[in-house]
Design a protein around this ligand. Structure first.
Ligand code: NI
Length: 396
């Protein structure tokens, strides 16, 4: 199958992929609740005649296009939506109050299903088996990828190369964004509890003010990035919540804060919890309070494999022309559980441009007006299909 034919067939599947995307978009489901979406995917794959396993890691689905090859290529879509109230006004907007596909995972599922249809028509031209992996819960760590892998999603047959794709409203529709090496950050969460001693607001000398202590911790925490980490290495510490106190005339005895720590190397990932704990406890102690620090490990950094990046670039040029690829200069400090697949198989994570000002598909991920330009969907299908029609040796 030549490259022009792949693009042509993907374009012919446009109505199909749009129909699927809109159907999924109307019924968004949160992490590990993707039963309806999982059923849709499993039913669609079965109708194509694929071997299907469902209920993996609760709602995950794996379809296998088995041509009896020695090698297998895996393609992944995430299925979960977000607790966002949709404000797009689209005719196929969410019908579930407070739930929205505000990250484009509806498009990911639709593209992967349409890719399965395209590849089934061309199974004679495949050189590898293809696994279609639909996972729950990308948005909520510890996520769906790790339990899918533990449940054997990458075995029987073993997956040699793995690709995932994410819509990106910062790239024009149809552009393929790719990053060499580290593409996304390590992300671990931290809870800090400041424990003081309550009392009357007018008698601070008899109390230990947890709010004043927390304020000092909030400021000094930012010196970790500026003073303790190599300045050429992107690192983020953000506190997302600070909660404490009940009334203006009461000295607060307890403040709870939640934050996230982002880094792009393993050594910094290892260092950050101890640095945060040292600041929180040290500052608290200096003010007569105490701090309890708990760290929750999130997703590891996502590192694209060099040969897989080369393959994506070369295929994109052949499919869509030489100006189709945007090389991303910096990693994104967000995190993605696709990282776990890339620890088990060669591969890469691709960004698919969906920004089109005329269609207002320019809002960032998780925004209540987030939307995907559907003209991008056949582009994603063509690239997925071309990757599957390749050979894992080209990725290794
Ligand atoms: Ni997402």
């Amino acid at each position: 199958m030549d490259y022009a034919a792949i693009v042509r067939e993907a374009r012919r599947l446009r109505d199909e992929v749009v129909r699927l995307r809109r159907r999924i978009h109307s019924y968004p489901e949160l992490a590990f609740e993707e039963r309806r979406t999982g059923r849709l995917a499993a039913g669609y794959l079965k109708a194509l005649g694929l071997k299907v396993r469902s209920g993996i890691a609760k709602t995950g689905v794996v379809g296998l296009l088995d041509i009896g090859a020695k090698q297998t290529i895996g393609l992944r879509a995430d299925m979960d939506a977000l607790p966002v109230t949709e404000q797009t006004g689209l005719p196929f907007a969410s019908r579930i109050p407070g739930r929205m596909h505000a990250c484009g995972h509806d498009a990911h599922v639709a593209m992967l299903l349409a890719t399965a249809r395209l590849l089934c028509r061309h199974r004679n031209e495949l050189r590898s088996n293809v696994k279609f992996i639909f996972q729950p819960s990308e948005e909520t760590p510890p996520g769906g990828a790790a339990p899918m892998i533990r449940a054997g999603a990458l075995e029987r047959p073993h997956v040699d190369a793995m690709f995932g794709m994410h819509c990106d409203s910062s790239l024009p529709t149809g552009k393929i964004g790719i990053k060499h090496g580290v593409a996304m950050a390590n992300a671990d969460n931290v809870n800090i509890t400041v424990i003081g001693r309550g009392g009357h607001a007018a008698r601070p000398h008899e109390s230990v003010d947890a709010i004043a202590t927390a304020g000092a911790i909030v400021s000094i925490l930012q010196t970790i990035v500026s003073r303790n980490i190599n300045p050429v290495e992107p690192t983020v510490i953000t506190l997302g919540t600070v909660r404490g106190g009940t009334k203006s005339n009461i000295i607060c005895d307890r403040v709870e804060m939640q934050g996230t720590m982002r880094s792009v190397t393993l050594s910094t990932r290892r260092k950050l919890p101890a640095l945060v704990a040292r600041v929180a406890r040290g500052v608290a102690n200096s003010m007569g309070a105490e701090a309890d620090v708990q760290v929750f490990r999130g997703y590891p950094l996502l590192k694209n494999h060099a040969a897989a990046v080369r393959q994506i670039v070369s295929l994109s040029h052949k499919l869509f022309g030489n100006s189709s690829v945007v090389f991303l200069e910096h990693p994104v400090m967000g995190a993605e559980d696709f990282a776990y697949y890339l620890r088990k198989a060669q591969g890469a994570f691709i960004r698919l441009g969906t920004a089109n000002p005329r269609k207002k598909s320019i809002y960032p991920w998780h925004h209540p007006k987030f939307n995907v330009d559907e003209d991008a969907l056949p582009v994603g299908v063509a690239l997925f299909a071309a990757l599957a029609l390749g050979h894992p040796d080209e990725t290794a």
